[in-house]
Design a protein around this ligand. Structure first.
Ligand code: LLP
Length: 865
């Protein structure tokens, strides 16, 4: 170890129960303490919790468990075994402490369970674990001494506090004197280890800090010592933008200010107790949350210098919320009404969390983590409140909170979030007066499954600015190692060829046939699927149609134009391999489709009723609307009441009747609820629902679950998990063995195979934004303007340079929506004449291009190498 550090320069490291219960973890603690001391030229104070599970046992004993003696024996055995694992002499290290533990059970105070006795019982866990740590670490060569937290942390006396709270839920004054510091620093060892959770009572005995005890102890020590930093080492990598167990896409929050951290800790994150932040905040001591098992991760830093990045940092959910709705006639501005209401909450020891009020109603929420909200307490409260108003208790509810600085200025980005809540019954909305939180209270059952959706919406809308790397770190799934990496795109190895093609004229779409074939083969390998159709609307280029038919795909068309195109390109294609699924097409198109011999899908009764002759004696497929849509944007969701597609599933019997009246046989059942669906369960559920309906119809041979498979457009998107998808389908198919299963994807087969090449026309800086203009725009690729869709954009001419400057990428069309990407990183030297590549443009690119502004259509090229 390096030369002696200044005597009074400290780093405080706190380790929780799981971090002190295993030998390898103590090795980590030793290494970390040494490294911190050396790197920061500081002394180290280690604060520890009891071994995991021990405090629960001690609590049972303190509560008077009848089998206290056997519980103590089990605790003793557990600690002795752990010492054996550490290869330490149990008797020499812990003999005395274990004797104290045993004697506490026999103590005369045990019968009355006096508060001071309970505190002593509870304190044993930390006394034991810190003693073990001191012995193990000094045996490993660290200059470490043990100190008794009760000598240094003194409980404050707070007026009106109950005797219980004064002993078992104390607070300490974190503003120590210089004399206190001098005495603490005078301890000779360079490192010290002490207990979390415990302090000295005013009478010299033991007191307990209560909830969040060990974190708070570390914070007190950090504040008292004016430490360089307090590090809370735990078994998760830090605070996340949502609970990773519920939202695997949650981002690690790498840097927060004290106030945001406090709000996140208070509204959900269990990783740090909210009480522990204030002492450090007041003393200006930075905090960090780090993962003992993964010390290389950045963790979460909390300090006063964190850059202010406005935006939602986290979304959390608290369950078990109780709402009390109080209805009073003529209470509006009646002096003292609220005082009377709140006096009754106070009487029952209840602290109120959120409040909503109107002329005749006040609704408040009670958070169970802050209150003892038993049915008895609620009944008593209700009967007291009934004296002054009508009371309704609504429970259990969930409070869903968005936390972040500048919530007021974000409202315009929350439209999707509001729309999602709009589907639920929202009992209360509350915006905190510190502009840090916005909370929605809904029924607990309705909150299930909502957080991943809301989290994704916050990211998509830009309300949660995950591109701000100063705040947002990796996703939980990346950390947990469950991310499927995107493949290197084909065009990286074809750069020279693409630049040559661009020289021949842009804008130009280029399609890579080997990629189309690879996607087709991946789908062909899914055993559960019997028939595959390519939705040609995604890309009707002849080479692509041919390639996919060669791979065994049938074709799905939606217009006479598409039908003509495919038979022109593939005159020998059997019409039995073709589906016709139009929407509101002129009725002669159906007649022509029948004449061609392709399979026609209908999605309403009126067709059969108005043109019965055209359908008489025919077989058709029926497209149903399963009552909901899904997909990457509202404009591509094709189900539910507001959608023009599909026959309502609940009225299928009417269709069956109309079909039999016109002598029409329903041989297929179809549903396509949207495009770019990333909910993995989607198709499995569609298949299941269609299976059920098909059985009722009786004549169905094929179930067609549509297209909609997503592709990874952004660096954060993962490739679609085809295997899991196939396995899910196989499961459902086993329940309906009588039907053939069909799919009709478009995007999945062709999107990644296509790029759009373009030339930069002008580079212009205006009021802080630099724009690069392209000869491609919304007339060439409509998706960004129409759906806010993301396409990666690279400068192919300068592919080897760092993309180190933000550009807005715009086209030549006279519309403000003519933007292909905003704030995209490109090489700062990007200049007119550079060849730019817009990725993943093979689906819904050329086919949606227009002549707008009388600009020409793009070219199309094919690569087959
Ligand atoms: N089947 C039917 C009945 C469809 O309406 C569609 C697409 C598909 C299959 C193929 O869906 P896919 O596998 O490609 O997701 N222009 C939008 C997409 C509109 C999709 C329309 N229907 C976009 O660029 O995202």
């Amino acid at each position: 170890m390096s030369a002696s550090p200044p005597n009074d320069r400290w780093i405080v490291l706190k380790f929780g129960g799981t971090s002190v219960s295993r030998r390898h973890r103590w090795d980590t603690i030793g290494k970390l303490a040494k490294k911190r001391a050396e790197d920061n030229h500081a002394r180290v104070l280690i604060v520890v919790s009891a071994l995991s599970g021990v405090t629960n046992e001690l609590t049972a004993i303190a509560d008077g468990a009848a089998d206290a003696a056997s519980r103590v024996a089990a605790l003793e055995l557990r600690h002795r075994e752990f010492l054996a694992e550490l290869e330490l002499d149990a008797e020499a290290v812990l003999g005395q402490r274990l004797a104290v533990l045993r004697s506490l059970v026999a103590d005369p105070r045990a019968t009355a369970r006096t508060l001071d006795w309970q505190a002593e019982v509870l304190a044993q866990g930390e006394l034991l674990s810190s003693t073990i740590g001191a012995a193990y670490l000094s045996a490993g060569g660290l200059d470490i001494g043990w100190c008794d937290a009760r000598q240094w942390l003194e409980a404050m006396t707070i007026p009106n506090q109950s005797a219980w709270a004064q002993r078992l839920s104390v607070s300490c004054d974190p503003r120590g004197s210089e004399d206190w510091r001098a005495r603490f620093c005078a301890q000779s060892n360079r490192m010290l280890i002490t207990q979390g959770f415990i302090a000295r009572h005013g009478d010299g005995g033991t007191a307990i800090l209560g909830r969040g005890g060990s974190d708070t102890s570390a914070a007190y020590f950090g504040a008292l010592l004016k430490a360089q930093r307090v590090e809370i080492w735990t078994d998760v990598p830090g605070m996340f933008s949502a609970n990773p167990r519920e939202v695997p896409d949650a981002r690690l929050l790498t840097r927060l200010d004290y106030f945001e951290a406090q709000e996140i800790a208070t509204t959900g994150a269990k990783v740090l107790h909210p009480r522990s932040i204030k002492p450090c905040r007041d003393a200006g001591v930075p905090m960090a949350i780090l993962d003992t098992e993964r010390p290389e991760l950045p963790g979460t830093s909390i300090d006063g210098n964190a850059l202010t990045v406005p935006g939602v940092k986290a979304i959390s959910r608290r369950n078990g919320i109780v709402l009390v709705s109080m209805e009073g006639i003529g209470m509006w501005q009646q002096v003292g009404f609220l005082a009377d209401v709140f006096a009754r909450f106070k009487k029952h020891g209840l602290s109120v969390d959120l409040i909503g009020s109107s002329e005749t109603n006040v609704t408040v929420s009670l958070d169970p983590s802050e209150n003892l909200v038993s049915t008895d307490v609620l009944a008593a409260l209700s009967s007291d409140l009934a004296e002054i108003c009508r009371v309704k208790v609504i429970a259990p509810c969930a409070a869903i909170t968005l936390v972040g600085r500048g919530m007021r200025s974000l409202l315009h980005k929350l439209s999707d979030v509001w729309a999602t809540f709009g589907k639920e019954r929202v009992h209360l909305i509350s915006q905190s007066s510190n502009d840090l939180n916005l909370t929605f209270v809904i029924d607990e059952a309705d909150a299930d499954g909502l957080l991943p959706i809301l989290h994704a919406e916050l990211i998509d809308s830009g309300a949660m600015p995950v591109a701000e790397t100063s705040v947002f770190g990796p996703r939980w799934r990346q950390i947990a190692g469950t991310v499927r990496a995107r493949q290197t795109p084909w065009w990286r190895s074809q750069r020279a060829r693409l630049i040559e093609l661009a020289a021949a004229g842009t804008p130009a779409y280029v399609y890579h046939l080997p990629t189309v074939r690879a996607r087709a083969r991946a789908l062909n390998a899914i055993g559960a699927i019997d028939r595959r159709y390519y939705a040609v609307k995604a890309n009707t280029h002849p080479a692509i149609l041919k390639a996919l038919v060669e791979e065994g795909f049938g074709l799905e068309c939606v217009s006479l134009g598409e039908l003509r195109r495919i038979f022109e390109v593939l005159p020998d294609l059997s019409p039995t391999r073709v589906l016709f699924t139009p929407s509101f097409a002129p009725h002669p198109e159906y007649a022509q489709a029948f004449a061609l011999g392709v399979t026609v899908t209908v999605d309403n009764l009126e067709l059969l009723q108005q043109w019965p002759d055209m359908f008489q004696g025919r077989s058709v497929w029926l497209r149903v609307d399963l009552g909901r849509g899904d997909g990457h944007h509202a404009k591509v969701r094709t189900g539910g009441r507001d959608s023009k597609f599909g026959f309502p599933f609940e009225r299928v019997d009417d269709f069956i009747a109309a079909a039999s009246a016109t002598d029409v046989r329903i041989t297929g059942l179809h549903a396509h609820l949207g495009s770019g669906v990333d909910t993995a369960q989607h198709w499995k559920q569609v298949c299941d629902e269609l299976g059920g309906i098909a059985e009722r119809i009786g004549t169905v041979e094929v179930i067609d679950i549509g297209g909609g498979l997503p592709i990874p457009y952004t660096a954060d998107d993962e490739p679609f998990d085809l295997e899991a998808w196939g396995a899910g389908l196989a499961e459902i198919k086993a329940a309906y063995p009588g039907f053939g299963l069909a799919i009709e994807p478009g995007r999945y087969l062709v999107a990644e195979a296509g790029v759009l090449l373009s030339h930069a026309t002008q580079v212009v800086a205006k009021q802080g934004i630099t724009r690069v203009g392209l000869d491609a725009g919304m007339h060439t690729l409509a998706r960004p303007a129409l759906y806010d869709a993301w396409h990666d954009v690279v400068n192919l001419s300068r592919l080897d340079l760092d993309a180190d400057a933000p550009f807005d990428i715009v086209g030549p069309i006279c519309e403000s929506s003519d933007v292909l990407g905003r704030r995209r990183p490109l090489p700062a030297s990007t200049a007119p004449g550079d060849v730019m590549l817009i990725a993943d443009a093979g689906a819904y690119g050329y086919v949606m291009a227009s002549h707008y502004n009388l600009r020409g259509l793009p070219k199309e090229e094919v690569l087959d190498v």
